[in-house]
Design a protein around this ligand. Sequence first.
Ligand SMILES: [Zn+2]
Length: 267
Amino acid sequence: MRWLKPLAIGALCLTVAACTTSPTGRQRLTLVSDAQLDQMGAQAFEQYQQERPMVGGATQRYVQCVADALVRALPPEQRQSQNWQIRVFKAEDANAFALPGGYMGVHTGLLEVARNQDQLAAVIGHEITHVLARHANERVSTQTATQLGLSVLSSAAGLEGAGGEQIMGALGMGAQYGILMPFSRSHESEADELGLYLMAEAGFDPRASLALWDNMSAQGGAQPPAWLSSHPSHGQRSQALQARMGDALSRYERARQAGRTPSCSRS
Ligand SMILES: [Zn+2]
C-alpha cells in the first residue's frame, strides 16, 4: 500500500499544523520536536561508540579535517545549530551515517571507496545535509504516522503515548533495522543536491562526487551496501549531479578564490 503514504501525508498537511517545507520545497510532516530527536541522536551515537571499535590517529584527523572544512562553509546559524561530531569506526562495509544533533560516523571501508579528500567530502557533505534538512525528523514523523494511523495523529498527544521504542526504530536505530537504515529516495536526492553545493562552497572539487558514485557502484556489484539500496539508481544520481555541476563549479571557483583550499591527507 505504498501509494497510501504520500496520500496520507498530503491530507495531514492540510489539517495538521505540524507541516513544514523541506529545503528544496517539499511539503512534509514533522511531529517530533527537534530537541527530542537531538537527544536521541546523542544517545544512539554514544551507544554506537561503545559497541564498535573506533580508529584514531591520522585516520581520525583526516576525516575530521574534511568535516571541519565542510562545517566551516555553512552559514553561521546552521553551523551553530548542531553539535557537530564525527568518528571513524573499524568496519569493512563502505558506510557513513548521520544522526540528529550532528553526530556522524564513517566506516573504514568507506575510505577505500572515497579515495581522496574531495570524494570523502562528497559523502560527508551529503551526511551533513541529511542532518540540516532534518530528514530524520521527517522519517520518524512519517513512519509514526503510518504506524499509528490518522485518527491518533490528529492530536500531538497521541504521539507521546507511542513510546520511545517505536520512534527509535523509525530513526533507524532499532535493533531489527540496525543503525544504518537508509533514508528515502527523496531524502537522498535532496542530500545529493545540497551536499554537492556544500562541498563546492567548502572548496572541494564537486566533480569528485561523480567519481565517488562510480567507485561505489563498481564496488557494490551485485550486493550494494544496505544504505545504498534505497538511493537513486546510479544513472539517475549521476544525471542529477551533472545537471547541477555548472552551478557547483562556479561556487567552487568562488570558494577557491576566497581562500577556501582544504588540504586533508590520510597519512
Ligand atoms: Zn543519504
